[in-house]
Design a protein around this ligand. Sequence first.
Ligand SMILES: O=C(O)CCC(=O)C(=O)O
Ligand SMILES: [Fe+2]
Length: 313
Amino acid sequence: MKSVCGTLGTRRLALVGKFSRRWGSGFVGHQADARLAEYRRLGYTVFEGVYDEGQMQLWREECLRLEASSPGIYAPGSRSWWFGNMLERSPALMWPAVSNPLLLDFAERVVGPFAQLDNLTLAAFPSVSKEEAAGKVSGWHRDRWAHMPSGHYERPTAWNTICYLQGLTDEYGPLRVIPGSHIDPVAMDEHEQTRPHPEEVVLYPKAGDVVFTHNGLLHSGTPNTSGQRRYFFSIYYNTSWFKQTDTMGGPNCQQLIRWARKRNDHRSLRLLGVDEQLQPRANSGFLQPDEVRWEGWLEADKGALTVSEEGEG
Ligand SMILES: O=C(O)CCC(=O)C(=O)O
Ligand SMILES: [Fe+2]
């Protein structure tokens, strides 16, 4: 490991000094943020009314357009209602959601400045018959990059931000969660995986709400019996030293990377899988609380941003 002092600029040392004086007082207040505390306790939090109707209408239309243009052999994984790689498919429509500052600011309080896009999915679950759905849930699981929890809170390695593009009702199929299952090593046998669970909480988010999860949280959808499409929009993030599921190699994502580079926009670059600060930040010596280090790095990223006329090209 490199010497810690060797990796710190003077300004950053001053910042660390400032925050270290607050560990006994202000830092406790910082940690006491109600949403963060709720998220750490339950394994999820709901942001209400993040997206408006106009925005969601564009996403629904995009989903229908993809459905109409992907029949038969062109259907991804033979499902003509499930579309991954949405940032590459529709960058102008999707980038504002991927880089939503409300959700990213919260993510950075949870995991620090290490948020990367893992995959972006737009889907419209078809309706099934009430008989087929009776007594069933879609399937309990923890999400990608999770592990069986240890009994203690650990930061998520990945997290989902899910928006249903209509309000969920019993007919549309609510989202079921088992609060605390990102901490408790709750296990399930095959029979339990498709049945309601005694400790579940059933969520009915409104259109435009965002459910922000911990990837260790056990959750399940519910079959859609509404007779309509069940629109689902999921931006899934992970830690910037993980692999990404969606590809960033296509021309649209590469164009976004060039745009972010011109602005020296580390936060955007990171989302796109380019974390230029990763090595020093992942080997910082770990001598202060992580949150203290994160604040300094977030400040540095903001300070580095150069937004010029030229950079906006
Ligand atoms: O509401 C659903 O269908 C479940 C979604 C889900 O499991 C997920 O987005 O990770
Ligand atoms: Fe899931």
